[in-house]
Design a protein around this ligand. Structure first.
Ligand code: PHE
Ligand code: ZN
Length: 883
């Protein structure tokens, strides 16, 4: 396609608009204000002249009046920080355009027109990493959610689907590889310059556009789809990194196969490219046919990646691949519908990972993330429903609520329908909405129709925020066991009143004598309270509830410690077993933290915990991966959730106190365990992974109970390690101790992995996240380290997110931790506002913290709020956190 000719001089804009809002006036976007676009863009042609210093973009848009619009003759082309060097309509350089703030408006008289626009970008200066930017010498794009408008003027909204053709040219030595969406249809060269033209046969919204140019090498493979089509697969990385792409490639092929088998979804292009970049705001991005990944979710080998890294890579590769259907083929109508693609795709990646490994362990891990990341969000000032009603900056809504709670909500539908009927629902969804920009309501309706469920009241899960609280009580009389359930949905910002939600709970009643139950039941609590009775229980059974974590709610169960010990040892639902163990510990810690336990009572309760852990240590029916789960103490963030007003210092002291006590009490057990699992050779199999998990868990307890001996053991584990899991685990333990082995290991680690950015990130994170008493000091020093930079989000997170998530250090009584994070936010905001805004929520918890710290936290938020020229990202989060 030709780009309409243009004048060489920038066109003067005759009617420069003065309608731009003053910088501080928040612009709230509301879901209820959605209107269909006035203009569609059936075809888009982009022509890039690439350079890191300067890139010229010529766009040609074929636009057509939307028959579903209101007939407005003005087309709004969004822009952000760009200027039009020229604009022409139907080949005529025009001056019938005007700016409205950052957007470009043109009045069009007919029903179809061609608009040509030229913009000039400076990729090397783009530190926000949105739009077109330079990373490590290559050029790449990030367009979700609103980055495309930083490249060219366009109706940058997900309900405008366009057919893209992309031509790019640039110096061959700097950019030997040129990639975009779809297929390469033409290429050529001319002296030192070369060019390529790509065409994507699938119409898509602008947020799925991508371009990459740079010196890259690929790991190439192929996949044959269920209908027999051969697909070329490439994972593109910087030269030298190709040996670390094997696991990503295996994960990709496994994802493609799994989606065919589990959801009937086949890949729809002949080529699938993944590119790894080291400067990236998020984990990865599902651009059509050209996924762009943060290097940390691609590169792995045993020497540099932990077992957790391997799992994360498999999960993220799956996630982005699955978006090809849940996100790309069926996309979102507007950004309020974000959970339509994200919640569903997270559920899909969770089910995939469960099938690839241990279903039970995966479920426990997912619940742990939900509880430590999403529950605090849901009970704080930034709480929002999985389908928000308003936003100022959409980047702030890529949250654990939209993603993880969104996945839980869809999982509940699957639980109620059963997997087969759920599949009929998803089949209908894909069939009905293929090629469309859909809503969450469309999804619910398709599941309703396809699976044969009534989801009328269930829709409340999309509109109400807050984690429902369920109280459960077991009554026993005349052979009947009655489960009495009561729910309340807490008040959240903007939602003072709540209605009861349908809560599907799987439960079982265990006979004490046999340790068995007569089958699992699924009850749905859809009122404020209800009784569910079961006959045939001569003696009082033991209640196991919310098995498999069938609903994302907090269950408070009126039961004895004795019953919890019983379930922790006997429950045949792995999650419920873990849950019983957690409840036992949570219960004990909460009463101890509150100061409600005398010395003797505390020792008695600790004994119960120790017995439960000991029985997990010796249970031969458990595999080691699961055993490792049972040994993990509840997170401090989750403990804080259980209290109206939390004292982080007391929580930390009591939890670490328990660990130290257990470390002493069970010292021999942990040493034997460490000896046993240290014998297991490295492998990627479950037994070997389980062994490594236990190795570090055992060390953690030993380090708390007998630090000096443990330091020796950890140093030995470090020295003998033939893989990163063992090495990092040992170093983590040493980092928390004030021992000479600590500095030695840290220095060795740095030297050993010289030049490996991802491992260097670990080196920063281990120190910032450690239990060492001088963490604050360490972080301050590390911030001045030559390898530290605010320009790379992975590095920023490795130092400061690890610190902000380190409760003892972040919540230092002096308030220095809060000040450090506030200083970071202010310094980072002008460089990378999206990443800066992600550090606000930890400070936003002030209302639920004891008064001294609370004041200090609020003070820092106020200091940020009083700073001029904040980004929209940070301003929204700070204002809401104070509000
Ligand atoms: N859509 C991406 C995902 O969840 C996340 C993302 C959002 C990446 C915004 C970049 C920018 O897979
Ligand atoms: Zn996603």
């Amino acid at each position: 396609m030709d780009i309409a000719s243009r004048p060489s001089e920038p066109v003067e804009n005759p009617e420069t608009a003065d309608a731009a809002p003053p910088p501080h006036a928040p612009t709230v976007i509301r879901r209820e204000d959605y209107r269909p676009p006035e203009w569609l863009v059936p075809e888009t042609a982009l022509d890039f002249s690439l350079g890191a210093g300067e890139t010229t973009v010529r766009s040609m848009l074929k636009v057509a009046r939307n028959p579903d619009g209101s007939g407005d003759k003005t087309i709004r082309l969004n822009g952000d920080g760009i200027e039009a060097r020229s604009v022409s309509v139907d080949g005529k350089p025009g001056n019938g355009w005007r700016m409205d703030g950052p957007d470009l408006l043109i009045d069009l008289d007919g029903d179809e027109h061609e608009i040509a626009i030229e913009t000039v970008l400076k990729p090397a200066q783009n530190s926000q990493l949105m739009g077109l930017y330079a990373s490590n010498g290559m050029l790449c794009t990030q367009c979700e959610a609103q980055g495309f408008r930083r490249i060219t003027f366009f109706p940058d909204r997900p309900d405008v689907l366009s057919s893209f053709t992309v031509r790019m040219e640039g110096p061959k030595d700097a950019f030997p590889v040129l990639l975009s969406n779809g297929n390469c249809v033409k290429e050529g060269e001319d002296g030192g310059t070369h060019w390529a033209e790509w065409h994507d046969p699938w119409p898509k919204p602008s947020y799925l556009f991508a371009l990459v140019a740079g010196e890259l090498v690929s790991n190439h493979d192929t996949f044959t789809t269920m209908s027999g089509r051969k697909v070329d697969l490439n994972i593109w990385v910087r030269p030298g990194d190709e040996d670390r792409t094997g696991h990503a490639m295996e994960s990709l092929k496994a994802s493609m196969k799994w989606d065919e088998e589990t959801f009937g979804r086949e890949y729809d292009l002949d080529l699938f490219n993944i590119v790894a970049v080291s400067d990236f705001n998020m984990g990865a991005m599902e651009n059509k046919g050209l996924n762009i990944f943060n290097t940390r979710y691609v590169l792995a080998d045993p020497e540099t990646a932990t077992d957790a890294d391997y799992d994360a890579i498999e999960g993220v590769i799956g996630h982005e691949y699955f978006h090809n259907w849940s996100g790309n083929r069926v996309t979102c109508r507007d950004w309020f519908q974000l959970s339509l693609k994200e919640g569903f795709t997270v559920l899909r990646d969770q089910l995939f990972s469960a099938d690839m490994g241990s279903e039970a362990v995966k479920r426990i891990e997912d619940v742990r993330i939900l509880r430590s990341a999403q529950y605090p969000e849901d009970s704080g000032p930034l709480a929002h429903p999985i389908r928000p009603d308003s936003y100022e900056e959409i980047s702030n809504f890529y949250t654990a609520t939209v993603y993880n709670k969104g996945a839980e909500v869809i999982r509940m539908m699957r639980t109620m329908a059963g997997p087969e009927r759920f599949r009929e629902g998803t089949d209908l969804y894909f069939e009905r909405h293929d090629g469309e920009a859909a809503t969450c309501e469309d999804f619910v309706k398709a599941i309703e129709d396809g699976a044969g469920l009534d989801l009328g009241q269930f829709r409340l899960w999309y509109s109400q925020a807050g984690t429902p609280q369920v109280k459960a009580k077991l009554l026993h009389e005349n052979g009947f066991a009655t489960v009495r359930l009561e729910q309340t949905v807490p008040v959240t910002p903007g939602q003072p009143e709540k209605q009861p939600m349908p809560i599907p709970l799987k439960l079982a009643l265990f006979e004490r004598e046999t340790g068995k139950h007569k089958g699992e039941a699924l009850v749905v609590l859809d009122k404020e309270s209800a009784d569910f009775s079961f006959k045939g229980h001569e003696r009082r059974p033991v209640l196991s509830i919310n098995r498999g974590f069938s609903a994302p709610v907090a269950v408070e169960i009126d039961t004895t410690s004795e019953d919890l010990v019983f379930l922790a040892a006997k429950d045949d639902d792995a999650f419920a077993r873990y849950e019983a163990m957690q409840s036992l510990v949570v219960r004990h810690l909460i009463s101890a933290i509150g100061g409600g336990l005398g010395e003797r009572e505390r020792d008695l309760e600790r004994d119960a915990v120790s017995q439960a852990i000991e029985s997990a240590l010796f249970d031969e029916d458990l595999d080691d991966l699961m055993r490792g789960e049972l040994m993990i103490l509840p997170a401090e963030a989750y403990l804080a959730e259980q209290m109206l007003v939390a004292d982080p210092g007391a929580i930390h002291a009591e939890r670490e106190g328990l660990r130290a006590w257990l470390g002493e009490e069970l010292q021999e057990d942990f040493e034997d365990l460490h000896d046993r699992v240290s014998e297991v050779p490295y492998g990627r199999d479950a037994a070997s992974r389980g062994a490594r998990k236990l190795k570090t868990q055992a060390l953690l307890y030993l380090a708390a109970g007998a630090p000096e001996e443990a330091a020796e053991r950890a140093a030995r584990q470090y020295a003998l390690a033939d893989n990163m899991t063992d090495r990092q685990g040992a170093l983590m333990v040493l980092c928390g101790l004030d021992v000479p082995e600590r500095d030695k290991a840290l220095a060795d680690f740095r030297k050993r992995y010289e030049g490996n950015a991802l491992v260097l990130d670990k080196w920063f994170a281990l120190q910032a996240g450690s239990l060492h008493p001088d963490v604050l000091e360490h972080v301050r020093e590390l911030a001045g380290h030559p390898d530290f930079t605010l320009g790379n989000p992975n590095r920023v997170r490795s130092l400061y997110m690890a610190f902000a998530m380190n409760p003892a250090a972040f919540h230092a009584e002096s308030g220095e931790g809060y000040r450090m994070i506030a200083d970071l936010i202010l310094k980072l905001d002008p460089i990378n506002s999206q990443t800066a805004a992600r550090f606000v929520p930890p400070l936003g918890r002030w209302r639920r913290i004891e008064p001294v710290r609370s004041d200090l936290m609020r003070g820092e938020l106020e200091r940020i709020a009083a700073t001029p020229h904040l980004s929209r990202d940070v301003r929204e989060q700070v204002t809401k956190s104070l509000g």
